[in-house]
Structures are given as structure tokens and as C-alpha cells.
Ligand binder design. Structure first.
Ligand SMILES: [Zn+2]
Length: 509
């Protein structure tokens, strides 16, 4: 039809259509009534495509949610996340604690994702608006979509993402940490599953039965007030909340009946690495089953309950959480942290550990549960002990020749300044004289060093890394040659671990 020859009725029709488009209230799209998991009667784990579709529908229907993407996985899958707030997200940091929930770094541990999706539905519906008065939530249900699609632990390149938080060799972890860097949430939880069917426990005829183990920031370089808040306030309340909902839980222990301790202090994982950035940081470990979807309704609900409690704590105890985290971050940035721990061991507590376990017997190749009994573990070492210490220097000087180290620090958003060529400084030179095998979490070779003062003239491209910054403690844990979890233990930096002069220098206070 020729637009110049429209007749009146047609013009009226077009005008009224245009008016309707402008004025008719947009029909709100309906919220999904259930998650993909419940829609499948708990028979099917939620696929990556279903996660994307579900989150899109939530965000379209609920004014509390915005859907975003961290970026893409190794194989190009989007990594979606939700920003959840009843107000303007992130605009009111004095009244709302920011909570980061990230699940399924390990693709073969699906219950955290399923629990997070259930929680997302409840948040979208307004079920927890009272909690959102005091908390904004970043929710990443599946950090590792490629691993999730294959039901494998690692990402598509074979990287264990929860061992990648220091070296940053997993693209999905780099993307997740950019989100942390953008918002610096005060509270974070990394959601996993543990495997109770290990040979060492079955050899005793025992299956650990906790529905959820809760790991705390136990690295002693994490601010002591943050660690106290986690252990004395959060943990007892979380265990109670889980119990009221019919779930068993415990502080996260690893090992076998022959030797049990709190899980590692290594900051290559999400929990400890964010702890070193002075975050109230946790790891949840739900109980995995032999079949991927075995008892998944129960497993997902345990995780959902734990996550809801974390938001409740962050909201109801918000003033204390925010002031504790902020004070720790302020001290770090002001350079008020004097002592740095290089090595940590573990020691016995006051008593053996008594835990309820399922007694099992093998019958025709199947494990049959016969009873619930109390296992007494004498070889239980829950105390994290202080080993070697040093003082935090004012700065580290990384010579331009250590390009890999400088690049890694940049990827961590560490603040650095490039020195002018010819600048003279007094530095501490470290000499590695040999190694001692120390009985830490495991037997570990630790460098033995001697230090001496000297004048140093900067060369082009040398950088100065001040320790008075949010990431100062992490920098020391990375760069000190005696640090038990530092660069020296990582293959790609093996050249640093040689007898002789250590290339990175300390700049004393
Ligand atoms: Zn895991």
C-alpha cells in the first residue's frame, strides 16, 4: 500500500495502534512456578540451556532481579548471574551487606546449582524481601558450565577451577574474580559437594553422613576478627538453622579416619583467597551421591537452606558484618598489618572428634547401610598452628625480568608503580640457601633464606608493589620465598625456587 494514499479509517487504526503501544501497560510476564529440577520431578539435573532460560524468565518477571553474564566459558557458553536487590543494586552499601554466592566451580557437584536456582525463584517471588532489606545478592549458579554439561570436575581445558584462584589459569575463574573486583562484596560462599564414599572411610565400614559441611576462612593471615565472626557467630547459627530444617552439618573436615583436619589453608581456592582479601568467606560442601541425581531434592534443599541462612545472617547481623569487614580492609589499606605468617601446620585439639556416621557393609558389590553409629577419631588435628613468620615489608620490588610475576599481579588487580630508571632504594636481598621438609598440612619443602641489606638501582620496567593495599597480604603470601602456598610451589614459577639470590626484593619500612 502506498503510504501517501492512506484513507481516514486506516489512519485512525494506525493512530490507535500507536497509542496502545505507548499507553497500554506492559503485560508482566509470569514468574515460573517451579525450577527446572522440580519441573522434572527431580529426575533431571538442570542443563546450562535451562539455567539461562530460567534466569531470563525470573529477571523478566521480577523487578528484584537483573540478569547479567560474567563472560564466556572456554567453549563459549555464557556464565549468567543475577543481581538481586529490592532497591538499586549496590547503591546502599551502608545499609545492605553485599553477598556473593557462586556454585558449581566443579562440574560434577550439581546440588549447589540446584539449591541456588530454588533460592533464586524464592527471591524473585519476594519470599525473602525481609532479608533483602539488609542485603544485596550476586548469584552465580554455575561457574563452570562446560564441566557441568559433561558432569566433570574440571573445566573444558582440564583446569580445576577451585585450584585456580591464585595462578588464574581458568578463564571462568578470571571472570568470576572480575565480578568480585567490581563490587568487593563483604560476604561470599563457594558451593561444592564432598564425596563420602572414599576407600579410607569404607575400610572402617563408615560413611560420613553430614548433609552440609561448612568451611570457614582458616588461613591465619585472614583478619582475626573476620575469622572470629565466622567461627563464633555464623557457624553455630548455620548449624542450628540446618538442624531445624532437618539437616545435619558440621565444620568442614578433610582426611581419613587415620588423620583428619580442617580443610586446607591454601589460597588457591575461592574461600581462602577471598578471605585473604578480608571477606567473610565460606565454602559449603554438600553430600554427593554415587548417582549424579541421587537424592537430589534432599541435597539441593540442604544447600538452599544453607544459602538462605547466609543471606539471613548477612542481613540481620549486617551492621556487624560490614563494620568488621570494612575495618579489616581499612587496616590492610593503611598498612597497619605488621606480621605475616609464612607457614601453618595443624595440631590436636582438646578431645578426639566424635561424629555420627552410617555403618555400612558390602553385600554383592553394593554398600548397605546397617545403622547410625558414633565414630571416634583420635587422629583429629583441628588447630591451625603458626609456623614461620615475617614482618610485612613496605613493598616488594619485582624486577622487570620477572614478567610472569608482574603479569600475574596485574591480573589480580594488585596496585603497583613502575620505578623510574636509576631510582636508588635500600632493599633486602633474600638468598635461598636450601630447603627443609616441614610437616605442615602435608610434608612440604620450604626454602631456608638469609637476608641482607643493599643499595639497589632500578632498571627500566622494575615495579614496586606496596603492601599497604587490599591485596597486600595476598601479595606477601605469593611472593615470600618461604611462603608455604606461594609462587615457588607452582610449576610455571619453578625457576624462582633455586639456591642462590632470589630475584624479588623486599623494601623495608
Ligand atoms: Zn568441589
Amino acid at each position: 500500500m502506498n503510504p501517501r494514499r492512506l484513507r481516514l479509517p486506516q489512519l485512525l487504526l494506525l493512530a490507535s495502534l500507536a497509542l496502545m503501544a505507548c499507553e497500554a501497560p506492559e503485560e508482566a510476564s509470569p514468574l515460573p512456578e517451579e525450577t527446572p529440577l522440580t519441573a522434572s520431578n527431580h529426575s533431571q539435573l538442570t542443563s546450562h540451556a535451562d539455567i539461562e532460560d530460567f534466569l531470563e524468565r525470573l529477571a523478566r518477571a521480577s523487578h528484584r532481579m537483573e540478569l547479567r553474564s560474567l563472560g564466556t566459558s572456554t567453549e563459549g557458553r555464557r556464565i549468567p548471574y543475577l543481581k538481586v536487590s529490592t532497591g538499586e543494586f549496590g547503591a546502599d552499601r551502608d545499609e545492605r551487606t553485599m553477598v556473593l554466592i557462586y556454585a558449581q566451580q566443579h562440574g560434577n557437584e550439581p546440588s549447589g546449582k540446584e539449591g541456588a536456582l530454588e533460592l533464586a525463584l524464592e527471591l524473585a517471588r519476594g519470599d525473602h524481601d525481609d532479608l533483602l532489606e539488609g542485603a544485596d545478592v550476586l548469584l552465580v549458579p554455575q561457574v563452570n558450565p562446560d564441566g557441568g554439561e559433561r558432569h566433570q570436575r574440571q573445566n573444558a581445558e582440564g583446569v580445576d577451577l577451585n585450584r585456580s584462584h591464585f595462578i588464574l589459569d581458568g578463564v571462568e575463574v578470571v571472570a568470576l574474580r572480575e565480578l568480585f573486583h567490581r563490587w568487593e562484596p563483604e560476604v561470599a560462599v563457594d558451593v561444592h559437594e564432598y564425596y563420602p564414599w572414599s576407600d579410607a572411610w569404607l575400610a572402617e565400614g563408615w560413611l560420613r553422613l553430614w548433609d552440609l559441611q561448612i568451611g570457614l576462612p582458616t588461613n591465619l593471615n585472614t583478619d582475626p576478627e573476620i575469622r572470629r565472626l565466622a567461627e563464633d557467630s555464623f557457624l553455630p547459627g548455620a548449624i542450628r538453622a540446618l538442624k531445624d530444617a532437618g539437616f545435619t552439618s558440621h565444620n568442614y573436615v578433610v582426611g581419613s579416619p587415620e588423620g583428619l583436619r580442617w580443610s586446607t589453608t591454601n589460597f588457591n581456592d575461592g574461600r581462602q583467597s577471598l578471605g585473604l582479601l578480608h571477606t567473610l568467606s565460606f565454602i559449603y560442601e554438600g553430600r554427593r551421591e554415587q548417582e549424579p541425581a541421587g537424592r537430589i531434592a534432599h541435597r539441593a534443599e540442604a544447600q538452599r537452606t544453607g544459602l538462605e541462612h547466609l543471606i539471613r545472617f548477612s542481613s540481620q547481623e549486617g551492621a556487624r558484618v560490614r563494620s568488621t569487614v570494612r575495618e579489616a580492609r581499612r587496616r590492610a589499606e593503611a598498612g597497619e598489618i605488621g606480621t605475616h605468617l609464612l607457614t601453618m601446620g595443624r595440631d590436636y585439639g582438646d578431645a578426639p572428634l566424635e561424629i555420627p556416621v552410617e555403618a555400612v557393609l558390602e553385600e554383592n558389590g553394593e554398600w548397605v547401610v546397617t545403622d547410625t553409629v558414633t565414630a571416634v577419631i583420635d587422629e583429629f588435628r583441628p588447630v591451625v598452628t603458626q609456623g614461620r613468620t615475617t614482618t610485612l615489608p613496605r613493598a616488594y620490588l619485582v624486577p622487570a625480568t620477572e614478567e610472569g610475576v608482574i603479569a600475574l599481579l596485574r591480573r589480580h588487580h594488585v596496585e603497583m608503580e613502575t620505578l623510574d630508571e636509576g631510582t636508588e632504594l635500600e632493599v633486602e636481598r633474600i638468598r635461598i640457601e636450601g630447603h627443609t621438609i616441614e610437616e605442615l598440612e602435608n610434608p612440604t619443602a620450604i626454602a631456608d633464606v638469609a637476608k641482607s641489606l643493599e643499595r639497589y638501582t632500578a632498571r627500566e620496567g622494575d615495579v614496586l608493589v606496596p603492601t599497604a593495599q587490599l591485596r597486600g597480604v595476598m601479595v606477601a603470601a605469593a611472593l615470600e620465598p618461604e611462603s608455604m602456598h606461594g609462587l615457588l610451589g607452582n610449576g610455571q614459577f619453578a625457576h624462582l625456587d633455586q639456591v642462590g639470590d632470589f630475584p624479588i626484593l623486599r623494601v623495608p619500612r
